[in-house]
Design a protein around this ligand. Structure first.
Ligand SMILES: [Zn+2]
Length: 183
């Protein structure tokens, strides 16, 4: 298994279109974040070749925060933002093999539950992103694996996140990962 280098690019250095998608994800989450949050609010965006649409997904925690518990449609939107974004992408009739970029934003949490950043996709999402990446590589060539842009609130998280991504890549190659510090 070949390990891919984990890139680090400041938000301000991203090309304009990608920067605006990343900023859109932050805007999707931050109005709903509260002091004392224990669970992160997460947003994800997916882009694909042959389409200009940007497909968003949010995690269940943000879904509950936006809709309030009394009005939530149970079972409609579960779990992780990445999986919900992939599902929304497929719901447009688009193909996973055509995914080009995935963007991920995870809100900061407070209090005793804050046990280090959880900015990289969970094992289940990494499996799915690896399948998507393999499909893109098989159809369009190995240089066309999608890029995963992970927004990171502080430079100080970078060493541990690079290590966390490399651990995942040793098991499954997955997308090219680019860590994007935004503060
Ligand atoms: Zn996940």
């Amino acid at each position: 298994m070949t390990k891919q280098a984990v890139a680090v690019v400041a938000l301000s250095a991203l090309p304009t279109h990608r920067r605006s998608i990343a900023q859109g994800l932050i805007q999707l989450v931050e109005p709903h974040r509260r002091v004392g949050d224990c669970r992160p609010l997460v947003s994800c965006a997916v882009t694909g070749r042959g389409t200009d649409v940007i497909i968003n997904g949010i995690n269940h925690e943000l879904h509950k925060r936006v809709n309030q518990n009394h009005s939530i449609l149970r079972g409609v939107l579960k779990g992780c933002a990445e999986q919900n974004a992939l599902g929304s992408f497929a719901a447009q009739g688009l193909r996973y093999a055509d995914i080009t970029n995935i963007f991920l934003y995870v809100s900061r949490t407070d209090g005793p539950c804050m046990e280090g950043p959880r900015y990289v996709p969970c094992p289940e999402c990494w499996n799915l992103l690896s399948i998507v990446s393999d499909a893109a590589a098989a159809e369009h060539g190995p240089e066309h694996r999608p890029h995963l842009y992970v927004l990171v609130p502080s430079q100080c998280y970078l060493p541990s996140l690079v290590g966390a991504v490399e651990t995942k890549q040793r098991r499954l190659l997955g997308p090219h990962v680019c860590l994007v510090p935004y503060l």
